[in-house]
Design a protein around this ligand. Structure first.
Ligand code: MG
Length: 381
């Protein structure tokens, strides 16, 4: 049974895929991309997302987004948009659920700190680390390291990449060198990520009290939808008003994305995935909506991501990551045996640094805090 027969000709499909790195028999009852999605959900790194920070550190409150709930929201937005455009829902879901697997504990603060620690050893990029998780670090199969995902899933996970790294990656880095596009499904997962975090960060910002609804009225896009909600439900207030406003914002973004992308796909007359790769980016917001999204992002950067209370957490996170890295590099014997490199290995320091980065990046927030206490507090065991 062909589970992908309903898809548009320019959608990614199992039968035209560039395949897996290690050959495997085709799945009995699923498409290849359903299999990828299932492998991601059953992976260890996926479960770790539950205890990794999106913006608010996990112990700050039970209702804030974590990397896990964020990834599920991205998958929801990406899937419903994909269905509208007759794109491969299973592929967008797989990419969405895996896109943040390589994130360090403590969100962007953790990533920046680890990148600074790794500057003499090739740096640290979370996109590249997500690919490393699914290609090398997961230990679930007897025949290979990693999850052995399809090329198109791996390509979608590697959203950005420096040219220097792209050259080292072989076929998966090629598109950055040739300046080509990934599949429409990869482009879509990327924008679904943006829709999800812009909106849920407003919600979490309000919930935490770091943002106020009065401040948010500075953003035209928010103010317009709030007025609409008040017109439909006079006297509405509190959580209910916020949720009604945010759901309208998400809907407006998704509807705009579907409309603009459909127009661009038609205008570009793409017929195959190869046409998609050679065309300009086809999954996009309209110009007007792009401007609104930029305003929203700038607002969040100034008022939420750089709020002094967030800065305090960021600063602590930076200290924890940096001190862990330095302690492990000075005394690799403090690491679990799997993360220690042999003394006689060529280029040992570089290998050791990468293993330390893998170890730290794999930590959940609370594991990193506990590990830090174990190393630095005398009466902690
Ligand atoms: Mg994300």
């Amino acid at each position: 049974m062909n589970l992908e027969a309903h898809l548009a000709p320019y959608a990614a499909r199992s039968e035209i895929s560039r395949g897996r790195r290690f050959d495997e028999p085709p799945p009995a009852s699923r498409s290849e991309f359903q299999r990828d999605r299932d492998r991601i959900i059953h992976s260890t790194s996926f479960r770790r997302l539950e205890y990794k920070t999106q913006v608010f550190v996990n112990h700050e409150g039970d209702l804030f987004r974590t990397r896990l709930t964020h990834s599920i929201e991205v998958a929801q937005i990406a899937r419903s948009t994909a269905r509208n455009l007759q794109l491969n829902e299973d592929l967008v879901e797989a990419i969405s659920l895996a896109h943040d697997l390589g994130h360090t504990p403590f969100g962007h603060a953790g990533q920046e700190a680890l990148n600074a620690c790794m500057k003499d050893y090739g740096g640290f990029e979370h996109n590249l680390q997500s690919l490393r998780v699914v290609d090398a670090l997961e230990e679930h199969y007897g025949a290979f390291d990693g999850l052995n995902l399809m090329f198109e899933t791996r390509e979608g996970i590697l959203k950005h990449c420096s040219l220097a790294n792209a050259r080292k990656l072989g076929d998966i880095g090629q598109r950055f060198i040739e300046k080509k596009q990934p599949t429409l499904e990869a482009q879509l997962a990327n924008l679904a990520d943006e829709i999800a975090y812009n909106n849920h960060d407003i919600d979490d910002g309000l919930r935490s009290g770091l943002l106020t609804t009065m401040q948010l009225d500075e953003i035209d896009f928010y103010a317009r939808h709030r007025c609409e909600v008040e017109a439909v439900f006079p006297g509405i207030s509190g959580r209910r008003a916020i949720h009604e406003t945010i759901r309208r914002m998400i809907n407006a973004l998704v509807v705009d994305l579907i409309h603009e992308s459909r127009t661009r796909i038609q205008d570009a007359q793409v017929k195959t995935v190869d046409d998609v790769r050679s065309a300009a980016g086809l999954i996009a917001f309209s110009d007007q909506m792009s401007k609104e999204a930029v305003q929203l992002k700038q607002f969040l950067r100034v008022n939420l991501y750089h709020h002094y209370q967030v800065n305090r957490m960021t600063s602590k996170a930076r200290r924890i990551i940096t001190e862990l890295f330095e302690a492990f590099m000075q005394e690799p014997r403090l690491l679990p045996p799997d993360y220690q490199t042999a003394n006689d290995m060529a280029d040992r320091v570089h290998h050791q640094a990468r293993k330390v980065a893998d170890y730290i990046a794999g930590m959940t927030d609370r594991y990193a805090m506990r590990e830090h206490r174990r190393l630095f507090v005398v009466d902690e065991i």
